[in-house]
Design a protein around this ligand. Structure first.
Ligand code: DQA
Length: 144
């Protein structure tokens, strides 16, 4: 079982970026934890981070036939990107959406998630642990 973990814009700035909201651990730590959690579940993973919407679309398209599942934190593109939603629908790969912060308790403009219209589940407000939850949810779904 091989999964792709996609992180969108500004998540490479974790640690520096609004630590009161996103915590003080950095993106490298998140990657190490995700690799560890996937290994514990007996899953292979690839990690991908970009600040560019089109690069996320390209990566999702390239995942077709190569990955069994996707964990995605589209970051700010969550709230704007029909293109990412359409790419996920096009490849039809089971996907779990994750957010570090509790977006549902934040600004009005964060209350729309296009990706959630496709995702099996949306996990929010659990910090980095949310990725573990997403990995396990994906495994459970793929084992059905
Ligand atoms: C985020 C929440 C988004 O609203 C925000 O734009 C991000 C990160 C999160 O992980 O909590 O960049 O996806």
């Amino acid at each position: 079982m091989k999964i792709l973990i996609i992180n969108g814009p500004n998540l490479n700035m974790l640690g520096l970026r609004e630590p009161g909201i996103y915590g003080d651990r950095n993106y490298a730590t998140l990657c190490t934890l995700c690799e560890q959690w996937c290994a514990e579940e007996g899953m292979e993973c690839e990690l991908f981070q970009t600040n560019h919407e089109g690069a996320i679309v390209d990566k999702i398209q390239e995942a077709y036939g190569r990955f069994d599942g996707i964990v995605i934190n589209p970051a700010a593109y969550t709230h704007t990107s029909v293109a990412i939603l359409d790419a996920l629908k096009a490849v039809s790969i089971p996907t779990v959406e994750v957010h570090i912060s509790k977006v549902s308790d934040r600004e009005a403009f964060r209350q729309i998630s296009y990706v959630s219209l496709y995702a099996l589940r949306t996990i929010e407000g659990m910090g980095f642990e949310g990725y573990r939850e997403a990995i396990c949810a994906l495994k459970k779904h793929l084992n059905k």
